[in-house]
Design a protein around this ligand. Structure first.
Ligand code: 2NE
Length: 275
């Protein structure tokens, strides 16, 4: 695949090729932990992928291995810039802007696949949870650390995790802060498959290509439907937004707009009241 760099950032890499976007967190010296700038850049890249009608699948991964030979997907919030009320950027403002990124990833109508080599820990673990699918390398390590380092994610990080692995396992993961291997993650349904680390990207591309052969509207409605099951009114908004989109694409929906523009009464009588 011929990856083309889309834009130059400081903390991430952003590539596209053949309908696939690849976003790489690029702070291997910090096990790809994110600071506010990293999150702003991730948000910018995901927003770009969302708006690009050629892109159907986004691969999210971490740069590596680091010079010490170790891999990381993401080790969560950068604790060295954690201030009194969040993670502090160059402007001195404390933020938890990763929550904005989580909502974008959750709601964007395209498939996001996490490619996890090495550590997916803390807020980095939550990022893989938020991805539609996760492909793990055989060296992947999963876990939450919040209660150990004075933090927690009680949003998707707790509630959606429990939908994935069940309440007992989710409570174990958060209360004990253990680390889990790729095999254990597969057993608990936390990842979709495990492959040798050198095969990780190729596997991600293969899954993406299979998805890209499918109907974009079917996939976007399914993602919204899976979300709606968990996400309350925000989930219903997403699902219903797809109904509006499809209605706009119909003759019946277009008749209303056309009549308004032509300053006449709409003629909906030609359309059936289907059973
Ligand atoms: C990831 C893990 C288990 C890796 O361990 P190891 O032994 O392989 O590496 P090491 O030596 O700990 O880390 C290598 C370098 O990366 C930095 C380290 O400080 C170290 O730097 P140097 O000493 O070489 O200069 N590093 C790693 N993770 C970092 C981090 N998160 N922030 C800043 N620097 C980091 C091990 O490194 C680990 O346990 N990391 C911490 C994981 C963690 O607790 N993350 C934060 C959870 S809270 C969170 O993410 C969060 C939230 O709960 C709610 C909202 C938003 C965020």
């Amino acid at each position: 695949i011929d990856w083309q760099s889309v834009k130059t950032y400081e903390d991430i890499l952003y590539h596209k090729a053949d309908g696939i976007a690849k976003i790489t967190i690029n702070r291997p010296h910090k096990r790809n932990a994110f600071r506010p700038k990293t999150v702003f850049e991730l948000y910018d890249a995901f927003a770009n992928a969302r708006e690009d009608t050629r892109i159907g699948v986004i691969l999210l991964t971490g740069a590596g291995p680091h010079t010490d030979g170790k891999y990381a997907f993401c080790a969560g919030g950068d604790q060295s810039v954690r201030g009194h009320a969040g993670y502090v950027g160059e402007d001195g403002v404390p933020r938890l802007n990763v929550l904005d990124l989580q909502r974008l990833m959750r709601s964007m109508p395209k498939v996001i696949i996490a490619l996890v080599a090495g550590y997916a820990i803390g807020g980095g673990h939550v990022l893989h949870i938020l991805c539609d699918l996760t492909i793990a390398a055989d060296n992947a390590v999963f876990g939450q650390t919040g209660p150990k380092v004075g933090s927690f994610d009680g949003g998707f990080g707790a509630s959606y995790l429990s939908r994935i692995v069940g309440q007992k396992k989710a409570r174990e993961i958060w209360y004990l802060c253990r680390q889990y291997s790729a095999t254990q993650a597969l057993e608990m349904g936390l990842v979709n498959c495990v492959v040798p680390v050198e095969q990780l990207e190729a596997e991600g591309i293969q899954w993406a290509q299979e998805i890209l052969e499918k109907s974009p509207i079917a996939i976007r409605c399914l993602k919204a439907a899976f979300n709606a099951d968990c996400d309350g009114q925000a989930g219903l908004q997403e699902l219903a937004g797809n109904a509006t989109l499809l209605y706009y694409m119909s003759e019946e929906g277009a008749e209303g707009k056309q009549a308004f523009l032509e300053k006449r009464s709409p003629d909906f009588r030609q359309y059936p009241w289907l059973p």
